[in-house]
Design a binder for this molecule. Structure first.
Ligand code: HEM
Length: 467
């Protein structure tokens, strides 16, 4: 399979590589397709005029990099992704796609079954998604999602209306079912609701992040000088080198699978737990204890590098390794960032995270619901990416080594499981198997096709022999 070059970015949707859309606000607009034929027609024009490519985002980020720090550009960008059901619906209008969906069951089973499939729910450890996907606007299954992100909600909203209008040329082609809206927290920009700097560590992609023609800095994260944080492009982009293990139909090349999850964060419960348990954990105080649970201090400073205080000078450090599966060092083995990225091998289980917080800040004494993270991530194979991190690592008390503990942030066990010890040094605190702090409220698996597929209106007849 071929490598990836910076010139290829114009064929890939823009949220996938190079840190994705620059954003402070984002709407995920979930839609159903009412007229498949018309959709296949209209998406061609929308792809040409509205869907942001990797090149568009590279150019935008380059423009931003030349502005004075903190200054931004008032634009919103759009991408689109489809559920397996949505693609099947489109295949009724495009017979070539019908053939192209053959075999997906074996190469992308989670995608085909969907996240709300009962066996999938059990495997992920999710609760039943009550009250999500209420289909307020006339019902119908989720066929796809429009992701529109930008600098403020007003611009995002205007862009979304524009795109919907273009998709609906000639009648009711798509109907918005419901939406999820996220915004950067004004009180702590860049930090999620538990208070931690988020969006620091992303895999670097060979051919893109090391390209000599990427002649500006994408972000201020301090990366290793060696290749240890690099992944083959095919870990994220379908059909590129590194995606050999579960070959998908050729028309899916240069697309990526998108996992979306609405994760409610119970900030009050988290704060209470931290305040009540830090002594039992042998920690020096609540700030250190919560940093041990996450693996970074609130500034982003890796606790593995500095475990005594939050050294904000180290906030964007990403050039470290933990030293294996058993040596705890300064970072607990079950800390969220360590579980989710062990930093030794497993290079196919890396994801591009693109989340954004939703809801207002928590206020003590007020309801502990209605806020959290709209988690989104891209990968070439859901089974190796999100799903592996969730089920084989976060949910397993014995990863990376015996009784390391559940991931306090996202680990999910069964109600019948005993409490899991979260080890810090020689001490441990008990963690309930049903996550007290983060509750999955909804989610779905999507596929974000290449620009070529969108521009061809899903007529994939000419996309190579191996459909
Ligand atoms: C409400 C839920 C979540 C919260 C509060 C949260 C919080 C964080 C924070 C604060 C970081 C460190 C900053 C950074 O490197 O960007 C981080 C990193 C990370 N998270 Fe999460 N996260 C959540 C959900 C998830 C989920 C569902 C997954 C995947 C299953 C995930 C996977 C990762 C990964 C892979 C990293 C980077 C680790 C590294 O490379 O060092 N997170 N998360």
């Amino acid at each position: 399979m071929s490598s990836l070059k910076i010139e290829d970015l114009s064929g890939i949707q823009g949220d996938i590589l190079l840190n994705g859309f620059p954003k402070k606000a984002e709407v995920f607009c979930f839609f159903t397709i009412r007229a498949a034929q018309a959709f296949c027609q209209n998406i061609q024009a929308v792809a040409n005029s509205k869907i942001a490519t990797g090149k568009d985002i590279k150019d935008l980020r380059e423009q931003i990099s030349k502005l004075p720090k903190g200054q931004i550009i008032d634009v919103a960008k759009t991408n689109i992704a489809f559920t397996s059901r949505g693609l099947t619906k489109l295949s009724n209008a495009q017979s070539s796609l019908q053939k192209g969906l053959n075999g997906l069951q074996s190469s992308a089973p989670s995608f085909v079954g969907g996240m709300q499939n009962e066996s999938e729910r059990q495997q992920l450890g999710d609760p039943v998604f009550n009250g999500w996907n209420l289909n307020q606007n006339g019902g119908g299954p989720i066929d796809g999602v429009l992701l529109v992100a930008g600098i403020n909600m007003k611009t995002v909203e205007a862009e979304l209306q524009n795109v919907l209008k273009q998709l609906n040329v000639g009648g009711e082609v798509v109907v918005e079912l419901f939406r999820e809206a996220g915004v950067e927290r004004a009180s702590q920009p860049g930090h999620e609701h538990f208070g931690f700097n988020d969006g620091i560590s992303h895999p670097q992609v060979f051919g893109i992040n090391d390209s000599p023609s990427l002649n500006f800095q994408i972000d201020d994260v301090v990366q290793s000088t060696d290749n240890s944080n690099f992944v083959d492009p095919g870990v994220i982009v379908v059909g590129r080198h590194g995606d050999e293990n579960s070959p998908k139909p050729q028309w899916m090349n240069d697309g990526s699978f998108l996992v979306f999850r609405k994760l409610e964060q119970h900030v009050g419960k988290w704060n209470d737990f931290v305040i009540n348990q830090w002594k039992n954990a042998g920690s020096k105080g609540p700030a250190q204890f919560s940093a041990q649970l996450v693996g970074r201090w609130q500034s982003g400073c890796p606790i593995f590098l500095e475990d005594q205080f939050d050294d904000s000078k180290l906030a964007l450090k990403n050039d470290f390794v933990y030293g294996g599966f058993t040596a705890q060092g300064k970072c607990p083995l079950a800390a969220h960032v360590r579980k989710a990225h062990i930093r030794t091998g497993f290079n196919t289980s890396r994801i591009m995270r693109r989340g954004i917080p939703y809801g207002e800040d928590f206020l003590p004494g007020k309801p502990d619901v209605g806020r959290g993270l709209l988690f989104a991530c891209y990968q070439s194979t859901i089974e190796d990416g999100y799903r592996f991190i969730q089920t084989a690592w976060a949910n397993q008390r014995s990863f990376p080594s015996q009784d390391a503990g559940l991931d306090v942030t996202i680990g999910q066990g069964k109600a019948t499981d005993p409490p899991s010890p979260f080890q810090i040094g020689t001490k441990s605190v008990n963690i309930n198997p049903i996550n007290d702090f983060v509750t999955a409220k909804g989610g779905e698996y999507f596929f974000a096709p290449s620009m070529a597929v969108l521009k061809a209106g899903f007529n994939i007849g000419n996309f190579g022999a191996r459909l």
